[in-house]
Design a protein around this ligand. Sequence first.
Ligand SMILES: Nc1ncnc2c1ncn2[C@@H]1O[C@H](COP(=O)(O)OP(=O)(O)OP(=O)(O)O)[C@@H](O)[C@H]1O
Length: 259
Amino acid sequence: MEIVIQLEQVSYRREQSEILKNMNWTVKKGEHWALLGLNGSGKTTILNLINGYIWSTLGKVSVLGELYGTVDVREMRKRIGWVSSSLQEKLHSNDKTQNIIISGKHASIGLYEQTTDQEVEQAFSLMTQLGCGHLFDRSYQSCSQGEKQKLLIARALMAEPRILILDEATNGLDFLSRESLLASIQQIAEQPEAPTILYVTHHIEEIMPVFNQTMMIRRGEVFRQGPSTQVLTNDTLSSFFETEIQVQQLNNRAWISIP
Ligand SMILES: Nc1ncnc2c1ncn2[C@@H]1O[C@H](COP(=O)(O)OP(=O)(O)OP(=O)(O)O)[C@@H](O)[C@H]1O
């Protein structure tokens, strides 16, 4: 079984505080993971370790079979797509939607190279796949928040990454836009050549059926990890949130409430 990400006894300390504590995590090919944790629990720190923006204080981090510390992390980053809300602000808003997507191939902000017909076709095909083909040739700034998120996912996919990180992808979306985006993510993940997806969220109902594994992080530690159906239960979620939680399964998703 091919291992995509491995964290072995990883700790990360800054000043006096231990931000991640003895974390063990293995992501295998064919799995898609949801990362669940309250604000400040350590999710972004884990993503920064995987992208090689920070180094663990203790333990080993391997990504796509490469042990960090022995590889060029800039090369690794080309194989990892990371979609976060901070990216949205950095892009040039006057650019055409397809150029925003094609710029993902060069990992650049703005497009400085001549695009080929093949790249334009690929961008259009990704837009269609994400249900936003009608946005072709529009300016990025004229698109809604939900549409922009789909374009950013298409942009990340343009580089054909092996790992796709979706970091709070539904922030600021209304109910319908959110459901539309989640359906697109589910479709992408179902494709045989899909990258391994890490889906970071605060919202349990966003854990689509394709996210077959869930890691719950609390105060810098793995609280529980494993198959989503085994982890997203009344008992586990109640002790995770330290309050009584009731889970209802609807369309293969877990919806929670406080009884
Ligand atoms: N460089 C640093 N120096 C000191 N503390 C840090 C540093 N980086 C992160 N932290 C702290 O580590 C904890 C985990 O932060 P992190 O950003 O990983 O959380 P998160 O789970 O992504 O939170 P959120 O959901 O709010 O984005 C926080 O308390 C944060 O303040």
